[in-house]
Design a protein around this ligand. Structure first.
Ligand code: SF4
Length: 278
C-alpha cells in the first residue's frame, strides 16, 4: 500500500486516512481509451430487456434481502441479475464505484455525463479511470454543445438558469442513455445530504423506469477513502484541494473548512441537486 499522508478535507473527519497516490497519467500520445459516445445498452446485451413488471418484481424480492448487504454483495448480485444491461453512473470524483462494480462485472458500462463544463482534473480522472479499469466509459453527451447552447440561450446559462442548464446537459441526456438498461448503479451516500438520508440500497426508479442500486448508501466518506486506499483506486485530485463534492467547474466552489461538503455546489443559489436523483 502507498504510504499515507495526512488528509484535511473541509467538514470531514478524515485526518489520518491513507490515500493512494494518483497513478501516473498514461504516456503522452497514448490515448486513454476510445470514447464511446452515447452507445446504446442494447448493442451489448445478450438478451432482451425484461418488462417493467418483471423488473419491479425483482426489486420487491431483492430490496428487503439486500437492505443490509455489503457493497460487494450488491455488486455480485447485480452482475448476476442484470449482466450486460447494468450501467454505472460516475462523476469521476473518484473511481471507487467503477472499481467495485467492475470486479463483479468486468466490462460494465460506466456513464460519464460530458457536460462540457468539467474541471480539467475531472477530465483527466475520467481518462485515467478508462485506461486503468476493465470498464467501458460511455460519454453521455447533451444534445447541444456549449457553443450551440450559448447561441440558443445566451452565454453562461448556468448563472441565470441552472435548472435549465442541468436539465439540458445532465438530466435529459442521462434519461435517454438509461433507456435500454435494466438497472443503474449510483454512488449516492446517505450522509451526503439530508435529501439523501433515506437512500435505499435497491429500489425501483420510477423517474427513469429501471432498477436503481445504491450500494454505497451506508458508507461514510471515510469508508470511501479507505476503500480507495486499500485498492489503490484513482481519486480526482480536487478532492484533497477543498472540493469534497465535484461537479461542473462553473457551479462548484471550494468549501470552507467545517462546512457542509456539498455547500460548494451551486453556492449562493437555492439549488442543491442537479435533478438526476430527485
Ligand atoms: S452543474 Fe452548472 S454547468 Fe453543469 S449542467 Fe448544471 S448548471 Fe450547467
Amino acid at each position: 500500500m502507498t504510504a499515507g499522508r495526512p488528509l484535511a478535507l473541509p467538514g470531514l473527519r478524515v485526518s489520518t486516512l491513507a490515500l493512494p497516490q494518483v497513478p501516473a497519467a498514461p504516456e503522452a500520445g497514448a490515448p486513454p481509451s476510445a470514447p464511446v459516445v452515447g452507445s446504446p445498452a442494447s448493442g451489448r446485451a445478450s438478451r432482451p430487456r425484461r418488462s417493467t413488471d418483471e423488473l419491479r418484481a425483482i426489486v420487491s424480492a431483492a430490496a428487503p434481502r439486500l437492505a443490509d448487504a455489503t457493497a460487494q454483495e450488491v455488486a455480485a448480485w447485480a452482475a448476476a441479475e442484470f449482466g450486460g444491461l447494468l450501467a454505472v453512473a460516475c462523476s469521476m470524483a473518484d473511481a471507487v464505484l467503477p472499481h467495485l462494480i467492475s470486479r463483479a462485472a468486468p466490462g460494465v458500462d460506466v456513464l460519464f455525463l460530458e457536460t462540457g463544463y468539467h474541471f480539467a482534473q475531472t477530465t483527466a480522472t475520467r481518462n485515467r479511470v478508462a485506461a486503468e479499469l476493465p470498464i467501458r466509459v460511455v460519454d453521455v453527451m447533451p444534445r447541444l454543445s456549449v457553443t450551440e447552447q450559448d447561441a440558443a440561450y445566451g452565454a453562461e446559462l448556468f448563472a441565470r438558469d441552472p435548472a435549465a442548464c442541468c436539465r439540458m446537459r445532465k438530466v435529459e441526456p442521462l434519461a435517454a442513455q438509461l433507456e435500454g438498461y435494466e438497472a443503474w448503479v449510483t454512488g449516492v451516500r446517505r450522509e451526503e445530504a439530508p435529501t439523501r438520508a433515506a437512500t435505499p440500497i435497491v429500489s425501483w426508479d420510477d423517474k427513469h423506469g429501471l432498477v436503481k442500486l445504491n450500494p454505497l448508501a451506508a458508507w461514510t466518506f471515510d469508508d470511501l477513502l479507505a476503500y480507495a486506499a486499500e485498492h489503490q483506486v484513482t481519486l480526482n485530485p480536487l478532492l484533497t484541494q477543498g472540493y469534497p463534492s465535484i461537479g461542473c467547474e462553473p457551479c462548484t466552489a471550494r468549501v470552507a473548512p467545517g462546512a457542509d461538503p456539498r455547500s460548494g455546489r451551486w453556492a449562493g443559489l437555492d439549488k442543491t441537486e442537479c435533478g438526476i436523483h430527485t
